[in-house]
Design a protein around this ligand. Structure first.
Ligand code: FMN
Length: 605
């Protein structure tokens, strides 16, 4: 199904909300989508009349957002439960030579099914090339490209399928990277240094050749999911498409270069990247919930834009969780479990909670066979593909509660750890990480909670009494709340006015060693000690384990923003907050219906 057919199917099921009001691509459309996907019954959105007030543009194509609006919708888009796809992959990975005729027939049938995996190249043009704007006619202002956040450096294509190939033409890649619109015919290519297209780019740069790029938007929504899937380097993501869909991706050649793209996409932008030209990209409100800092990235010069006769423009908004990438990530997490198990066979399950924004927190359940087994698998994670971006990995044994039962699981972990259960090391971090002292390399924390249950050896005080005692030691503390006080390691969240390093405050707490086990320090900027969902989001974002975890009788975790007090020399980014005036105006126009409690719960403004 292409995008239009998918929307019709979603509409029939009551999963599509159509908004006919003229709405600005600058902030208005993104803010509505941002709020919608945080609701428990979030819908796919179709904005039929996008406009750009400042430039006076009324776009001819509607905008589709929140395509991965919920688990239900995501399962529908896959055509089956992600776990069922994982089971098929597992079966393939464990194919055994057949012993009898029945086994041979069954193996042949399975292998025959794989004929749908490789993409098929078609001759001639596709429906995505019905309308052609070539050369100077190819104007990016024809597309309703969104500016999602108030401090963004400009409009960004946020659901672009970026098609590239290696210099020798042997490897093909589809990656989902955001693209900044600089002007009518230039885009910033935000493929980060660890990603496949960046490796291809290096090859073109070394050879002094221009790199062809084609960006597609829309078509079957599974294409864009494949674009973000962490496939190994050199493996074309459209193989995964064929495997999941059970039908080959059907490709046509771009008009101005040799890159092939799915024939049913809505919009195609063709061009090339001059490896000698870099331009500042960003800032951009990112999926960490913070703005990513500006950095130089390659630039694509657009040579042609083609579309279907009635194209749709697909986009997403990233920011503080939960967002659409929660559901995309859920599919990825489930489907990639069997592949991860090939490197870590004793991994039973894993889960990346959305408020850990994926690479900041992973929960893993293993079947430990020997001492140090959890630590062995931690190192495997930190050494494999995009898993190596993970900053904090918490490991439990098979008897632990389900990894998505957060409260029970946290209690299980706290009952099984002591200072010696923590492993602190260093490795590569996601290019988006803002807390490491330098870009790309930072601290990692592994927690081994696979051991036996422990007894509590501290005396828990009431929150009020504990706050009083803490304030006697340091009056910069403004709030305190304890969590999971029935466990061996209760957590105390301490909010303080940051005039000195959390480490100093941690040292001052030594006289309370009989009442404290794990202390998390947060500052007064947009934190509430009563909002554990957003606290986890903030703290795992802000920690660099080597600098910010203090292992002592009291384990200290510094979740504050870092600055010169910490000897932090990089720029600290701002939160992605919605423009309060835009939200107020949308409320008045009856386009959003959220109350103050909702805005606070997800720290929206
Ligand atoms: C909503 C969303 C936006 C993303 N934006 C970027 C981006 O701008 N740059 C980037 O390098 N990766 C981005 N990613 C992650 C990549 O899509 C992902 O790492 C993918 O596996 C990269 O493919 P590759 O290994 O073929 O390069 C994004 C993912 C999602 C879900």
């Amino acid at each position: 199904m292409d995008l239009k057919e998918t929307l019709e199917a979603l509409k029939k099921r009551g999963w599509l909300k159509i908004i006919d009001e003229p709405l600005d691509v600058r902030l208005e459309i993104p803010h509505i989508a941002y709020l919608e996907v945080k609701k428990p019954d979030s819908k796919v959105l179709l904005f039929t009349r996008p406009i750009e007030r400042e430039k006076g543009i009324e776009y001819s194509m509607p905008v589709v957002m929140n395509m991965f609006a919920s688990k239900e919708v995501t399962t529908f888009l896959f055509g089956k439960e992600p776990d069922a796809i994982a089971a098929e992959i597992e079966e393939l990975l464990h194919l055994k030579p057949p012993h009898d005729l029945k086994g041979k027939i069954s193996l042949a049938a399975r292998l025959f099914g794989l004929k749908n995996v490789p993409p098929k190249r078609l001759g001639g043009e596709g429906v995505c090339q019905q309308v052609k704007w070539m050369g100077k006619e190819a104007d990016l202002d024809r597309l309703p490209i969104l500016t999602t956040w108030p401090m963004d450096g400009g409009p960004f294509i946020t659901m672009g399928q970026v098609y590239t190939r290696s210099l020798d033409g042997e490897m093909h890649n589809l990656g989902m990277y955001r693209l900044q619109q600089y002007d009518k015919r230039r885009l910033g290519m935000h493929w980060q240094i660890h990603k496949d297209s960046s490796h291809f780019f290096d090859q073109y740069r070394a050879a002094g050749k221009k790199m062809p790029v084609t960006v597609a938007i829309g078509g079957d929504p599974l294409y864009i999911w494949c674009g973000q899937a962490p496939m190994p380097y050199g493996m074309f993501e459209l193989l995964l498409y064929g495997f999941v869909r059970k039908s080959n991706a059907r490709l046509v050649k771009s008009l101005t270069n040799d890159l092939y793209i799915p024939e049913d996409v809505d919009i195609v932008i063709e061009g090339e990247v001059d490896p000698e030209e870099l331009e500042i990209e960003g800032p951009f409100g990112d999926h960490t919930g913070y703005y990513t800092l500006t950095e130089p990235y390659p630039v694509m010069h657009v040579k042609a834009i083609t579309t279907k006769k009635e194209p749709l423009y697909q986009a997403t908004v990233v920011g503080k969780p939960p967002l659409e990438d929660k559901y995309m990530g859920w599919g990825t997490e489930r489907i990639f479990l069997p592949l991860l198990q090939t490197t870590a066979p004793d991994l039973v399950d894993y889960h990346m909670p959305e408020n850990g924004v994926f690479h900041n927190l992973i929960l893993a359940k293993i079947a430990p066979r020997y001492k140090g087994h959890a630590k062995q698998i931690m190192h495997a994670f930190w050494g494999v593909g995009q898993m190596s971006f993970v900053k904090h990995a918490l490991f439990v044994g098979q008897e632990a509660p389900d990894l998505t039962d957060y409260e029970a699981l946290t209690a299980h972990i706290l009952d099984r750890i002591g200072p010696e259960s923590l492993l602190i090391t260093e490795g590569i971090v996601d290019a988006l990480d803002h807390s490491a002292p330098e870009a790309l390399v930072g601290g990692k924390l592994g927690v081994d909670a696979t051991g036996p249950i422990r007894k509590r050896d501290c005396e828990v005080l009431e929150d009020e009494k504990l706050l009083e005692e803490v304030r006697k030691l340091d009056d910069s503390v403004v709030a305190l709340r304890q969590y999971l006080t029935a466990t061996a390691n209760p957590i105390a969240v301490i909010q303080y006015q940051k005039r000195e390093r959390a480490k100093k405050l941690h040292q001052k707490l030594a006289p309370l060693a009989n009442h404290l086990r794990v202390v998390v320090f947060v500052d007064t900027r947009q934190n509430s000690v009563d909002n554990p969902y957003m606290l986890i989001w903030r703290v795992v974002n802000n920690i660099d384990a080597k600098r910010d975890i203090y292992i002592d009788k009291i384990i200290g975790i510094d979740g504050t923003d870092k600055n010169e007090i910490d000897g932090f020399e990089r720029e600290w980014p701002a939160d992605t907050n919605c423009d309060p005036e835009v939200i107020e105006d949308l409320k008045k126009r009856g386009l959003v219906d959220v109350d103050e409690a909702f805005l606070e719960r997800f720290q929206i403004v």
